[in-house]
Design a protein around this ligand. Structure first.
Ligand code: ING
Length: 317
């Protein structure tokens, strides 16, 4: 019996600073209903899907910064989404800013949760690869202060849900091969990745025209090299004067684009994902147990950055 999973992309258009959580949750609920009417069992929403992408600003006031975070999930304003999920029998992935206490200390994470068709949280992920910078850099058209506002997560877990093995990542994580491989080594069959990606990349404006290409390339590589489905979903469009890419897409384990959104607004697209299709790659070309040589890969874990000898020559210990 083939394990089909009907997955919806719940791409969001822009969320302006003045848009309330109530308004945004109403948009998410509308997309959830549409996804269900199209036969989806799971809908993937973007990263930081409840508010505007606030790391674009240098925010000094603690209370103002915390206003973008959720202290509880579900909370008063997000419960409607969980209730609807249970009513319709559809699961969802949701990215949001998490404010939580650990050993009496307030911590902030860029978080995603996975909720099953009964409306229960079955997984939580905290973004590992935080891009941007930690200090105010006024030279930029806009800031990208994820390194200031969030603490990195520590692990890439997978979960048995929706009839398969599924995993989560967030935005910049999708650019790093390690993200997919760590989950690939746990047998992942479908990776969900919400993102907010400005078209303009201040440190490297030469990349701007390639932002959609790099988005898709990263996810196609991750999918193919680990024999997994990848579902990437954008918060797109012009938010407070900053334009972010769309490019939401569902990539098959072959690396082919199975489905994609074609706007930069709220858009629902559903694709039927055959989870057994992963085996065509996991049991052949990417049979890790048969083909990998971890004894030669030591540098990948041992080193953070490139290390050269004093004279600039390559250095091997
Ligand atoms: N955004 C961007 C991303 O990785 C970025 C940051 C943009 C990095 C362009 C490099 C190039 O998609 C988030 N939120 O990670």
């Amino acid at each position: 019996m083939t394990r089909y999973l009907n997955v919806a992309m719940g791409q969001l258009g822009p969320i302006q600073r003045s848009d309330s959580r109530h308004q945004v949750v109403a948009r998410l609920c509308e997309m959830m209903r549409e996804a269900r009417s199209l036969g989806a069992q799971l809908i993937v929403f973007p990263e930081l899907a409840l508010t505007t992408f606030f790391p674009r600003w240098y925010i000094e006031d603690e209370a103002e910064l915390n206003s973008f975070f959720e202290r509880e999930m579900p909370g008063p304003e997000t419960r409607a989404l969980f209730d609807l999920a249970r009513e319709l029998g559809i699961g969802f992935y949701l990215g949001y800013a998490e404010l939580t206490q650990e050993q009496g200390q307030w911590m902030r994470y860029n978080t995603a949760i996975l909720v099953d068709q009964g409306g229960r949280i079955v997984g939580k992920y905290r973004k590992v690869h935080l891009p941007g910078h930690a200090e105010h850099e006024p030279w930029r058209r806009f800031q990208h202060l994820e390194k200031r506002y969030f603490t990195p997560g520590k692990r890439f877990d997978v979960h048995q849900a929706f009839g398969g093995i599924v995993g989560m990542a967030l935005c910049n994580d999708r650019r790093w091969a390690e993200t997919y491989r760590v989950m690939g080594l746990q047998g992942v069959e479908l990776v969900m990745i919400g993102y907010n990606t400005p078209v303009h990349n201040a440190p490297a404006p030469q990349h701007d025209d390639l932002s959609l290409f790099h988005n898709q390339l990263s996810m196609q590589a991750g999918a193919y090299q680990n024999g997994t489905w990848v579902v990437g979903v954008a918060k797109a469009g012009m938010e407070e004067g900053v334009d972010s890419i769309g490019g939401s897409c569902i990539i098959a384990p072959s690396g082919e684009v199975r489905a994609c959104c074609i706007t930069k607004e709220d858009e629902v697209v559903v694709a039927r994902c055959d989870l057994d299709f992963c085996a065509l790659y996991k049991q052949t070309t990417f049979n890790f147990d048969l083909h990998r040589h971890p004894e030669t890969y030591g540098l990948i874990v041992a080193r953070k950055g490139v290390t050269l000898a004093a004279d600039g020559s390559p250095w091997r210990d």
